[in-house]
Design a protein around this ligand. Sequence first.
Ligand SMILES: [Zn+2]
Ligand SMILES: [Zn+2]
Length: 275
Amino acid sequence: MTAVPAKFAVAAAVVALAAAQKTAVTIPPNAQLTRLLSVPSPDDESSRMLRVGDEEDDICHPITRWEHLPPLPEPKRCEMRMEASGGTVLVLALVAVFTGMTQGVALGPGKLTGAWWWLFFCLIYGEAACAIGCLLGIMWGDPGVVKRSEETCFPIPAEVADRLRRGLSLEQMGNVTEDGRTYCIRCLLWRPGGLAGRSTVHHCGTCQRCVVDFDHHCGVFGRCIAGDGFAGNMGYFKTILSMAAAGAITCIAATFVEFSVNPPGRHHPPYGKHG
Ligand SMILES: [Zn+2]
Ligand SMILES: [Zn+2]
């Protein structure tokens, strides 16, 4: 009675072994199984995303920071240098002429003395110092250039972003206007103040920058002159013009006073002699 169940047991064992072997054949290899069944670790995920990004890098360049934007257009540096040199020479020449004439005519030995001397000395050299200070301010100061930042560069208009991603030129595009704001296609930024109705921001073709409260690009100083009132470098510009006029007036006034105080017909006694 026990032999029959034993045969069944052996047969069942053989069938089970065969089934196990069959299963072993159809089960995927270990690596594949692991990848299918395991939950991806953060490292796996990041590496997968990195790989996908690399594959799409040739097609898509997502710009998420303003530092990723193409560089700003190059200013016309040669033209600016020529203009700035001319302006510097002009200012220094006027300073030399006005101080030299005032010094020679009214402040030299045997000329004005006392309060007159101090008045014209302080005026002419103060104006000269002020003019040179304004020259430095115009040359090195910020006229009000709109800087790139997260606030000014984003959001990038859809068409611009699309062209940048595809590496296409923006030269044929005009500035983009949205919601009362203007996006400069050359600086790749939104101009400030658009919502307030102030359209005083202008892109200077020489400096190749957008400038707030743009007045003009000065062909004498080689810089944009911009600013509301005395903001930007407008204060320097107005002051240096005033100093040119003031220098001329001081020079003429000193000459007039000198000839009034010491008329040409009156000879000063030579030094060391009296009578
Ligand atoms: Zn611009
Ligand atoms: Zn300019």
